[in-house]
Design a protein around this ligand. Structure first.
Ligand SMILES: O=C(O)CCC(=O)C(=O)O
Ligand SMILES: [Fe+2]
Length: 210
């Protein structure tokens, strides 16, 4: 294989479920590098989890918008088009959104089970770490069924999910992986393991209107 062909890695749909799609090599390499640099330059602030502020640990975030980033219009378009492809694969009519957040999860940080709330069409996450290992945790886990299909007996999400009609799907935060998920899907971010050391789980996440 020549150096050139190693560099031009095509985007691939690594998994397509009922309610989620995983696109690997979502951005061309130059765009991915530009977005990694953008992410490194952003000033994040600590953020208590809205799901479980005591046990989720502290993640860091920065509010942003495609209009305010420095990567340039071309690189913004590349991300928007990857998201659009994800939505098309899901047959979702969700709309583009200008606003998103940069996120960093260090060791010990995660985000408990939730469904992002009503009134949203879809959500996306693009992973921007330079490296990730299967032992470092931080997986996005989801139940690929509508929230309404989870029998709500105890009114306690973590208990009720034990009766979900499908087993959970686990998606590692592999660099340059894009996940698009239809709203109304239970999901969580597994805690980043101590073995990640100083490596951060870096991403951008946005919500799209229905
Ligand atoms: O980072 C992820 O993989 C998902 C994040 C998430 O679920 C959220 O921010 O609501
Ligand atoms: Fe979420």
């Amino acid at each position: 294989m020549t150096l050139h062909s190693e560099r031009t890695v095509e985007a691939v749909t690594a998994a397509l479920g009922r309610r989620f799609v995983v696109i690997d090599n979502a951005l061309p390499q130059d765009a991915f590098v530009a977005w990694m640099e953008e992410e490194r330059a952003v000033r994040h602030r600590p953020s208590f989890s809205s799901i479980d502020p005591v046990f989720d640990g502290v993640a860091f975030h920065a509010d942003s918008s495609f209009a305010s980033v420095k990567v340039g219009e071309g690189q913004v378009e590349v991300v928007k088009s990857a998201i659009r492809k994800g939505l098309e694969a899901l047959g979702s009519p969700a709309m583009d959104s200008e606003h998103f957040r940069f996120w960093r999860y260090g060791r010990g940080a995660g985000l408990g089970w939730h469904d992002d709330g009503r009134g949203r069409g879809a959500a996306y996450t693009l992973y921007l770490s330079g490296e990730w290992r299967a032992t470092w945790g931080g997986e996005l886990e989801l139940f690929d069924c509508p929230v309404d299909e989870v029998p709500c007996v105890d009114f306690d999400v973590s208990k009720d999910l034990m009766n979900a009609p499908v087993p959970a799907t686990s998606i590692a935060p592999r660099p340059n992986r894009l996940v698009v998920m239809v709203a109304g899907t239970f999901h969580r971010v597994r805690k980043v393991e101590a073995s990640a050391g100083d490596s951060l789980r870096r991403s951008i996440t946005g919500f799209l209107a229905p």
